[in-house]
Design a protein around this ligand. Structure first.
Ligand code: NAD
Length: 291
């Protein structure tokens, strides 16, 4: 069994980006500037945004954190987005999801200028992704493709089962892996909460991407020998033995599944760090697009 080490791989990618930035600096070109909008003070969202900002520092990007109160109106948030859209110094920005209930996520996603949409969530970029045209790929599926490529895990002709159909992970992942592309060309089954007999389907999978958000859902009896496992799930599970009072759990029961897997991503240290590295890659691309 080989561990698909997202931590080490993401550090390699960050080193490559750092080099690209040093080169841009030497050539007198613009340094990428990423902005992150955080609404409210949800613990997990704050952790994600902070690590995104920290990663910008690590590779030499400029970053701006826009912190807004949870009680902010939708209109005020849309105005903040307008400002970021028109600020020439900002190459790309993200609005950390989820947003408070009184704000319409979709309206916010639609408001981000597609050229600055480094999360790849705008319908224009989702459409380009679906047509296999160059665009910002949504960072989590992009990170998974990159991890597969760097470990040379063959996907062509394989049966991939994706569990979960969210717009940010499962759905784009199923589209990308089915596409005619290197580290695509798979036969993909997209499963979700209404899927019947999931175990019958997962037992046929050469590769499983688990993105449903239920800790340790996929167990050893649900997979075949030699399966490739990509665990996207990150859930905080209460654990009084930890100083923080919780541990991070994936959607895969690592102990039983890893015994049968040929490759598997750990949680933490698998897909999570790759997601951040790809956000940086998208930001660099947004900046290069303006050269
Ligand atoms: P989501 O929470 O929006 O949706 C969950 C999906 O799982 C739905 O499509 C639902 O139909 C499906 N589902 C629920 N129960 C199911 C069941 N019993 N059988 C089959 N399918 C079922 O999904 P999301 O936003 O993609 O998040 C999924 C998990 O991935 C969460 O733990 C989230 O924290 C994590 N996540 C991690 C990263 C990362 O960078 N590693 C990025 C995004 C999300």
């Amino acid at each position: 069994m080989t561990l698909l080490d997202g931590k080490t791989t993401s550090n390699q990618i960050k080193d490559e980006i750092t080099e690209a930035i040093a080169k841009r600096k030497a050539e007198g070109k613009k340094i990428p500037h990423l902005a992150a909008v955080l609404v409210g003070s949800d613990g997990a969202s704050m952790t994600y945004v902070n690590s995104k900002v920290k990663s910008c520092e690590r590779v030499g990007f400029r970053s701006t954190l826009v912190k807004l109160d949870a009680s902010i109106t939708e209109e005020t948030l849309l105005n903040e987005i307008k400002k970021l859209n028109t600020d020439d110094d900002i190459d790309g920005f993200i609005v950390q999801l989820p947003l408070p209930k009184h704000i319409d996520d979709q309206k916010v996603i639609m408001a981000v200028h597609p050229d600055k949409d480094v999360d790849g969530f705008h319908p224009m970029n989702v459409g380009k992704m679906a047509l296999n045209l160059p665009t910002f790929l949504s960072a989590t599926p992009y990170g998974i493709l990159e991890l597969l490529e760097r470990y040379k895990v063959e996907t062509s002709g394989k049966h991939v089962v994706v569990i979960g159909r969210s717009h940010i992970v499962g759905e784009p992942m199923s589209i990308l892996l089915a596409q005619k592309r290197r580290y695509g060309n798979a036969t993909v089954t997209l499963t979700h909460s209404r899927t019947k007999n999931l175990k019958e389907i997962t037992l046929q999978a050469d590769m499983i991407v688990a993105a449903l958000g239920i800790p340790e859902f996929l167990t050893g009896d649900m997979v075949k020998e030699g399966v490739v496992i990509i665990d996207v799930g990150i859930t905080r599970v209460d654990d009084p033995s930890k100083p923080r009072g919780y541990r991070l759990a994936g959607d895969v029961h690592f102990e039983s599944v890893s015994k049968k897997a040929s490759y598997i991503t750990p949680v933490p240290g698998g897909v999570g760090p790759m997601t951040i590295a790809m956000l940086l890659k998208n930001t660099l691309l947004a900046c290069e697009n303006k050269d």
